[in-house]
Design a protein around this ligand. Structure first.
Ligand code: NAD
Ligand code: UGA
Length: 456
């Protein structure tokens, strides 16, 4: 009989992850379900609810064959032997722990729904990122009714990054699967190993105890964010000392103990997870009385906020301390290239600050304009939106690069310069442009982490 997998939550993680499992494991039927009917409807078309390079091909390879999207959550749970839960776990916005703790209401609702409708044993897989020890709560809820049905909880955190999700799923650095170290727990863990073993080499599938798996996910994100904050802190020092952060990052990253990745200085990191997961880590440490550990990780977030603020303050200062009525074009709004996602994008912070200073802000982005409009709906002043960077730049005093879209490198910068107010400024928040060339054209160029190139 064909085995059934259900996934509750058809978002950035649930959709791509399950599409990959379905494509690689034709012997399983995979049902992806969500309360958001519009999202489910979009997964059934070629206009997917999220933009991710290569995703449509993977979805198309399995959709209708063994990959199904629907809102029939109860039915999907009932039929499945394995239920992945990939619902959102945002930072709590109310009550105790507001602004720090993870809001686990969606996870708990799903757990209760599983208990209510299940008629056979299930392996319940934590795919969402959760505080360490959540599995204990889940086991308590799932096995509280005293029914004969047995639930095993497994932690299988997801490490994909947006924009490269398909590559990350196809060739993961590792797949982590944690369980209780009881015979039942190890048996359930093996069932999840067997799914990934269809395409992931055995040495890349790592098993551990369940608490290590839960915690490793938070720690991996904290370490990644920490590297960015480290290089961003150094970018400020480079700007004072005529060192170049690009050269420093290259020299430091060539040390094989350090490695070259995640050393790109920027206007700050964004995305739905780094901030929330570090806040969560800090909250967990506090709750165990580990105040020094909490302060240490809080520093990573403080540095990110400093970097965002520093960027806007420099823009205002270099533009003669006033930007009132000045047209400023933001090139990019997504939190990184190759995604339409704008969650926690530094561009949101920068746009809001510029609007508060009464600048005329024009936003351009190849994929994220719809989200940008929503993010700025309640902002002071009014932003304009266009998908044409030339149109955005026309009549502008300044361009600020917020997202490292490759297309910005190959624009006709002579044409852009000719259409702008003078002196024309470029603030490159991602160090993606050719700064010397722009300076040669006539721009005043302000990179991150190296001295400005200015004509005055
Ligand atoms: P998302 O908001 O895109 O998707 C979550 C989905 O869950 C939503 O569509 C929502 O409608 C649905 N949902 C919520 N409650 C539900 C319920 N009771 N029943 C059915 N559906 C329900 O979130 P995401 O970005 O996919 O993240 C999901 C989890 O994965 C989070 O814990 C996140 O930290 C983690 N994660 C995210 C990424 C990423 O790149 N976005 C990467 C790794 C891990
Ligand atoms: C990150 C992690 O990389 C994933 O492993 C993890 O699964 C995911 O979070 C998650 O848990 O949600 P993601 O946020 O999609 O993935 O993207 P990243 O590539 O990590 O970039 C995050 C932010 O850091 C972006 O704003 C990016 O522009 C910025 N960044 C990244 C830098 O500023 N400098 C760098 O060197 C690298």
């Amino acid at each position: 009989m064909t085995k059934c997998i259900a996934c509750i939550g058809a978002g950035y993680v649930g959709g791509p992850t399950m599409a990959m499992i379905a494509m690689k494991c034709p012997q399983y039927n995979v049902h992806v379900v969500d309360v958001n009917e519009a999202r489910i409807a979009a997964w059934q078309t070629d206009d997917l609810p999220i933009y991710e390079p290569g995703l449509l091909d993977v979805v198309k390879a399995a959709r209708g064959r063994n990959l199904f999207f629907s809102s029939e959550i109860d039915a999907a749970i009932r039929e499945a032997e394995v239920v992945f839960v990939s619902v959102n776990t945002p930072t709590k916005s109310f009550g105790d722990g507001a602004g720090r703790a993870a809001d686990l209401q969606f996870w708990e609702k799903v757990a209760r729904q599983i208990v209510r409708v299940a008629t056979s044993p299930k392996i319940v897989v934590e795919k969402s990122t959760l505080p360490v020890k959540t599995a204990q709560t889940m086991e308590t809820i799932l096995n509280a009714a005293g029914s004969r049905i047995r639930f095993e909880v497994i932690s299988n955190p997801e490490f994909l990054a947006e924009g490269t999700a398909i590559q990350d799923l196809l060739i993961p650095d590792r797949v982590l699967i944690g369980s209780r170290e009881t015979p039942e727990g190890i048996q359930a863990r093996q069932a999840i190993v067997d799914i990934y073993a269809n395409w992931v080499p055995a040495e890349k599938i790592v098993t551990s105890n369940i608490w290590s798996a839960e915690l490793s996910k938070l720690v991996a994100n904290a370490f990644l964010a920490q590297r960015i904050s480290s290089i961003n802190s150094i970018s400020a020092l480079c700007e004072k000392t005529e060192a170049s952060v690009l050269e420093v990052a290259r020299a430091v990253g060539m040390d094989s103990r350090i490695g070259p990745r995640f050393l790109s200085a920027s206007v700050g990191f964004g995305g739905s997870c780094f901030r929330k997961d570090i806040l969560n880590l800090v909250y967990i440490c506090e709750s165990y009385g580990l105040h020094e550990v909490a302060r240490y990780w809080e520093g990573v977030l403080a540095m990110n906020e400093y970097q965002e603020n520093r960027f806007v303050r420099a823009m205002i200062r270099y533009m003669f301390n006033t930007i009132v009525d000045k047209r400023i074009a933001l090139f990019g709004f997504a939190f990184k290239a190759e995604t339409s996602d704008t969650r926690q994008s530094p561009a949101i912070f920068v746009a809001r600050k510029l609007l508060e200073e009464r600048a005329q802000v024009v936003i351009t982005d190849p994929k994220a304009l719809e989200n940008a409009r929503r993010d700025l709906a309640d902002a002071t002043g009014s932003a304009q939106f266009t998908d044409d960077p030339y149109e955005a730049a026309r009549g502008a005093h300044a361009i600020a690069v917020m997202t490292e879209w490759q297309l910005y490198r190959s624009l006709d910068w002579e044409r852009i310069y000719a259409s702008m107010e003078k002196p024309a400024f470029v603030f490159d928040g991602r160090n993606v442009l050719n700064h010397r060339e722009l300076f040669g054209i006539g721009f005043n160029v302000f990179p991150i982490g190296s001295p400005p190139l200015k004509h005055f």
